[in-house]
Design a binder for this molecule. Structure first.
Ligand code: ADP
Ligand code: MG
Length: 199
């Protein structure tokens, strides 16, 4: 079973990984965006970790709901409201249980990803974070390691796609040949989940 500690570790591992990879995320956001994805998420997850240390929510649902709210309030770009919605909706779906199973987390994440698709209007294949998140949630039944591999593959698979949502879509065919920054950061988020689980 996974308690609030696990979810705090997940957010801390995400913040550390976003910090390490910030330059790469921003570099990916240069040719097909406005070169701010790394700094956006760095600022957002730093604030998430600070808020979680201060408020110390004690259930999985409360950790993710608070983290999501903080992302929405600190990240101005498209990715802030989208990642914020992902975490907040996943947290809401977990309810107020003190501990949740991996199966419950998989189900809640599915609900969170569905909310992101409803908010942003992106479907798989549109070259967005959805292209890493959907395969990860699909693979979660086989464990955190499988989800991490699926998210990484999903992010790499955005390279030949033409963007149909977000800033990159303004480039039309010129968005082809570049890996999507949001799909790349989603793969970091999923890898941090495996890290929090000790995998
Ligand atoms: P902005 O585009 O406002 O500068 P960021 O650079 O932080 O925001 O994030 C860009 C990423 O957000 C993209 O690489 C893409 O993965 C994701 N994104 C943008 N629009 C959407 C959308 N409508 N649905 C899902 N993801 C999106
Ligand atoms: Mg950007």
């Amino acid at each position: 079973m996974l308690g609030a500690d696990f979810f705090r570790r997940w957010m801390a591992a995400t913040a550390a990984s976003v910090d390490r990879e910030a330059e790469r995320l921003t570099a990916l956001d240069s040719p097909i965006g406005d070169a701010d994805h790394g700094s956006n998420l760095q600022r957002g997850f730093k604030a998430v970790v600070a808020t979680l240390e201060k408020d110390a929510p004690d259930t999985p649902g409360a950790v993710l709901t608070l983290a999501g709210r903080r992302l929405i309030s600190t990240v101005g770009g498209a990715s802030g409201p989208l990642y914020g919605t992902l975490l907040r909706s996943t947290g809401k779906a977990l309810g107020d249980a003190a501990e949740v199973s991996e199966a419950q987390l998989a189900e809640a994440l599915r609900a969170g990803v569905d909310k992101v698709m409803a908010l942003g209007g992106a479907a798989p294949g549109d070259k967005t974070m959805i292209d890493a998140l959907v395969p990860a949630v699909d693979a979660l039944g086989d464990g955190f390691g499988a989800a991490r591999a699926a998210a990484e593959q999903g992010a790499e698979a955005t390279i030949p796609l033409q963007a149909r949502k977000g800033r990159a879509s303004y480039l039309g065919e010129r968005s082809i040949g570049h890996q999507d920054p949001g799909a790349t950061s989603s793969a970091l988020l999923v890898a941090a989940l495996a890290e929090a689980a000790g995998e």
